[in-house]
Ligand binder design. Structure first.
Ligand SMILES: Nc1ncnc2c1ncn2[C@@H]1O[C@H](COP(=O)(O)OP(=O)(O)OP(=O)(O)O)[C@@H](O)[C@H]1O
Ligand SMILES: [Mg+2]
Length: 466
């Protein structure tokens, strides 16, 4: 059966063009002019993939995304962002978007992403039925690439704890492979044929967290037209992956702690106590010890989760693995995109190894996928890589600070240069910690968003659009 794509955009022409293009690709296409129309269409006819614009009247794309993630977590949402709005893209990704494309986009790029989302959607559809996979179905292959010391250590830990029932807490920046490690733990355990249920706590509206985790009975709240099991129940006998656990509202943390400790809970609006047996894996990109101090995370829940702590290093701290990862993704996307890229030349590898990778392995993977998709020949050269990466973007090598060797020169000029170098360095670090989020970086540096943008422009740090 053809995959069904729901295209959401308030510009009629864009909708028409996109719909026609996708129909030619063999998709069944539906269109909607805003979030509300889209939700109605989704409820009525369903969809395998949603492509949505962000700025729209009535209900915008981000709200639509959040609703879809909450109610139809299996439908991947691709978000179309305005050129240069990295902050918007990051926000959408955090809210659970499958991927994003920046306007103006190449049709080929969007098609590749939709194809990827459709495959994911098919896989999700298989996963929701918590049954052992049929014989003959290939199990998803989870390979953790990396030979450096820290990766070897990680592999050992995974090998040792995979089959234990103990809770694992995975900590690491965005894109470092937390979900991959959780998947590997499940696949290497004897529960591998039982359900592996994921829940992204950051993507669920506060008031729906309880219903998502524990399920609800018919009539428990407006809109609860039938009863529904929660993720704990779906995961019975298997593994439950609580992603972005740092985002669970404080008042829910008590209920979560009880469910974990006693292995039992009640559905929202229900009286019957349900017992389950699940292996828990939690992940967060926040520093939970700081969250505890700030009063946003319960210490008792932290200790209950942190039985086996696993820390995933940022990519910039294990650059020795970059060539290996590049090779891994080259093979992966050659196969997926039916391309024949044979090598990545030295200059390109050097550029890749020098970049600071604020988005870690996910960013590396995305850049390689796009570069391979657009590659004309068999070799990828530095010139084929995105400009931001070649010119340093958020670069690894900042200009050396306080390099006051040589004869003295004009005092004011030298002081100004030094101040600028320090400013640039601090801004780059800020962007690194916030994964490129301009608003949060400004807050961190205690300057206005506007002056941060001006400085970024001045230092050539990233394209900004007001
Ligand atoms: N060591 C690795 N080897 C191969 N691929 C990896 C590795 N680590 C991460 N990846 C790939 O990078 C991408 C991002 O990984 P993943 O989703 O697990 O990160 P994450 O830490 O959960 O990120 P986020 O915080 O953004 O959710 C995935 O496509 C994953 O397959
Ligand atoms: Mg993740």
């Amino acid at each position: 059966m053809a995959d069904r794509v729901l295209v959401v955009d308030d510009e009629q022409n864009l909708r028409k063009v996109l719909a026609a293009t996708l129909q030619r690709e063999g998709y069944e296409v539906q269109v909607a002019a805003d979030g509300e129309e889209a939700l109605a269409a989704l409820e009525r006819d369903g969809a395998d993939v949603i492509v949505t614009d962000l700025v729209m009247p009535r209900m915008d794309g981000l709200t639509l995304l959040r609703r879809v993630v909450a109610r139809h977590p299996d439908v991947p949402v691709i978000v179309v962002t305005a050129h240069g709005r990295v902050d918007r893209a990051v926000e959408a990704m955090k809210a659970g978007a499958f991927d994003f494309v920046a306007k103006p986009f190449e049709t080929a790029e969007l098609k590749a992403i939709i194809a990827k989302a459709a495959r994911q959607s098919d896989e999700n559809a298989k996963n929701v039925i918590p049954e052992a996979p049929q014989e003959g179905t290939a199990r998803r292959y989870t390979e953790i690439v990396g030979r450096g010391a820290r990766m070897q250590e990680l592999q050992q830990i995974i090998g040792k704890v995979a089959d234990a029932p103990s809770t694992v807490l995975i900590q690491g920046e965005s894109g470092t492979g937390k979900e991959l490690v959780a998947t590997a733990l499940h696949e290497k355990s004897s529960r591998r044929d039982r359900p592996f249920i994921k829940i992204n706590c950051a993507a669920i509206p506060r008031d729906l967290v309880e219903a998502e985790l524990f399920g609800f009975e018919k009539g428990a709240f407006t809109g609860a037209v039938s009863s529904k099991p929660g993720r704990f129940e779906l995961a019975d006998g298997g593994t439950l992956f609580l992603d972005e656990i740092g985002e669970v509202p404080l008042e829910m943390q008590v209920k979560l702690l009880r469910a974990i400790q006693e292995s039992e809970f009640e559905r929202v609006g229900g009286v019957k106590t349900t017992r389950v047996e699940v292996r828990l894996i939690a992940a967060t990109s926040r520093d939970l010890s700081k969250e505890i101090i700030a009063g946003r995370f319960r210490e008792d829940l932290f200790y209950r989760l942190n039985v086996v702590p696993v820390f995933l290093p940022p990519l910039r701290e294990r650059r020795d693995d970059i060539p290996l990862l590049v090779e891994h993704f080259r093979q992966k996307y050659n196969a997926r995109l039916k391309k024949a890229v044979e090598r990545v030349d030295d200059e390109a590898l050097q550029a890749l190894a020098a970049y600071s990778w604020p988005g870690n392995i996910r960013e590396l993977e995305n850049i390689l996928e796009r570069t391979i998709l657009f590659a004309e020949g068999t070799t990828i050269r530095a010139a084929d890589l995105p400009a931001s990466l070649r010119q340093g973007g958020v670069a690894a090598e900042a200009p050396p600070l306080h390099s006051l060797s040589g004869p003295p020169g004009p005092l004011k000029e030298i002081v100004r240069e030094q101040v600028q170098a320090i400013e640039r360095e601090l801004i780059m670090r800020g962007l690194e910690v916030t994964s490129g989020n301009v608003t949060r970086t400004a807050r961190l540096l205690k300057i206005s968003r506007k002056s941060l943008q001006m400085k970024m422009k001045e230092f050539g740090l990233r394209e900004v659009e007001s």
